[in-house]
Write a protein of this length. Structure first.
Length: 144
């Protein structure tokens, strides 16, 4: 039960922006709401660059406000500590996402997808330029 509380705390955010954990559901939402999908691969309990990326960029209030209007967010987490282990079903979903989009096992690894799941842009590693610059990168792709 504590893991559910921690997951909810980490992924429910101020602007009611929610991190989903199922790409199929995200695709449906993205098509219906005419949004792009941001898929982030993370190791929430061991990957320091992943933790920094979430703290400094992906959970930044400015980014979350932008995302709430323009993106469907998906997180594929790969925790290592036994207390943070995912359900077998969720692990299978994440493994399938990694096979399709992150077969090199990079962390953090963030991909902007169209509503059909096609890659538009990839950020490999920690994004050091901050939330505003990250938003600008996404906006540049949306304009094309």
């Amino acid at each position: 039960m504590l893991n559910l509380f921690v997951a909810a705390f980490l992924f429910l955010t101020p602007g009611k922006t929610i991190w989903l954990h199922d790409l199929d559901a995200a695709k449906e939402t993205a098509k219906k709401e005419h949004k792009l999908i941001l898929l982030n691969f993370s190791g929430s309990d061991w990957c320091i660059p992943c933790i920094r990326m979430h703290d400094e960029v992906l959970n930044n209030e400015t980014f979350l406000n932008y995302a709430g209007e323009n993106l469907v967010l998906v997180n594929a987490d790969f925790p290592r500590k036994s207390k943070n282990q995912l359900s077998k079903a969720q692990q299978a979903i994440n493994d399938k996402l990694a096979e399709q989009y992150n077969n090199n096992g990079a962390f953090p690894y963030t991909i902007l997808l169209d509503p059909d799941g096609n890659k538009l842009k990839v950020w490999d590693g920690y994004y050091k330029n901050g939330a505003n610059s990250f938003i600008d990168d996404i906006k540049a792709i949306q304009i094309k």
